[in-house]
Design a protein around this ligand. Structure first.
Ligand SMILES: [Zn+2]
Length: 304
């Protein structure tokens, strides 16, 4: 991303950089009392920026975050083993924090940290979704006796389709206290995006976590009164289970509940997508897991 390169190479105009070039200006931060506003301060350390990172559930590593080092802070998100690696939206978070800083400095506008997070994650999601379209596999249509309009097949939907598309993911590992669920839902008609994350009591297995996440997501969609929904998951067993419930007697209780919930939808489909395409839902689920407390949020980023 071009912006990231500018940040790391010191090309962003900021008082500390300008003074280094001999241009006189107020070195202090316009948003807090800091005596020097560096790029690291503006994007990571300044209180409103810290709030954004906290609201985006950026995990904190052994050396904490955000540190005094710009490079350490960016590195926090890079490399698959670094604590922030799952936060796919981090370049967008950086960019929108920077835009919010400029709105404050140049227009005296104070943007709410939760709005900054919502915008950044929404943009990241749209971008990632655009990448997904290339690799998507054919959905497995699930027959729904109550379905008035037939099963919606992604890519074969009528142009007037006014429904929603929902990515769902569950995660759980042996030893974890909670299993986690995340979903991201967007309308086909406008850019409006809703998302949710929750953690549950420990599941019996990772597959149970996927199933519980899906049941919770179905109920969230019904709660939002979204009745035309094309769901996507990266769990192939979940897709098999929903299309042939009779083959999964061990999950009968869940599947009976699911069947009743599915009948609430006028258009329903569940497609298998590659794991790489399910990053945002996965990241929401993992962020819920990294929290030690019970987290449940829908369409906002405050815990509880
Ligand atoms: Zn500041």
């Amino acid at each position: 991303m071009h912006f990231m390169w500018q940040v790391l190479s010191g090309c962003i105009s900021i008082s500390a950089t300008l003074r280094r070039r001999g241009i006189a200006c107020d070195p202090g931060c316009a948003r807090c009392e800091a005596e020097e506003e560096t790029i690291n301060h503006a994007i990571f350390r300044c209180p409103p920026a810290r709030q954004v990172w906290a609201l985006a559930y950026v995990p904190v590593g052994p050396n904490s975050f955000p540190t005094e080092s710009l490079y350490a802070n960016v590195d926090h998100f890079l490399g698959s083993l670094n604590p922030g690696a799952q936060v796919q939206a981090f370049p967008w978070l950086m960019w929108y924090i920077w835009k919010a800083r400029n709105a404050c400095v140049f227009e005296n506008l104070m943007e709410k940290p939760e709005d900054v997070v919502r915008l950044a994650v929404g943009e990241a999601f749209s971008w990632l979704q655009a990448q997904v379209k290339e690799v998507e596999e054919d959905p497995i249509p699930v027959p729904n006796p109550a379905c008035a309009r037939g099963v919606g097949r992604l890519g074969h939907l009528p142009t007037s389709y006014s429904g929603y598309r929902c990515f769902v993911d569950g995660s759980w590992k042996v030893g974890d206290v909670f299993a986690d669920a995340g979903w991201v839902c967007s309308s086909f008609q406008d850019a409006f995006t809703t998302r949710g994350a929750a953690n549950f009591r420990r599941s019996l297995s990772p597959l149970h976590a996927e199933v519980e996440a899906f049941v919770w997501t179905l109920r969230c969609m019904i709660g939002h009164d979204y009745r035309e929904v094309a769901f996507s998951t990266d769990c192939s067993d979940l897709v098999k289970m929903v299309s042939s419930p009779q083959d999964w007697p061990a999950f009968k209780t869940y599947l009976d509940d699911m069947k009743m919930d599915m009948e609430e939808f006028s258009v329903f489909s569940l497609s298998l997508i590659p794991r790489s395409a399910n990053v945002i839902a996965d990241s929401l689920a993992r962020q819920a897991r990294s929290s030690s407390q019970h987290v449940l949020f829908v369409n906002d980023f405050s815990a509880n």
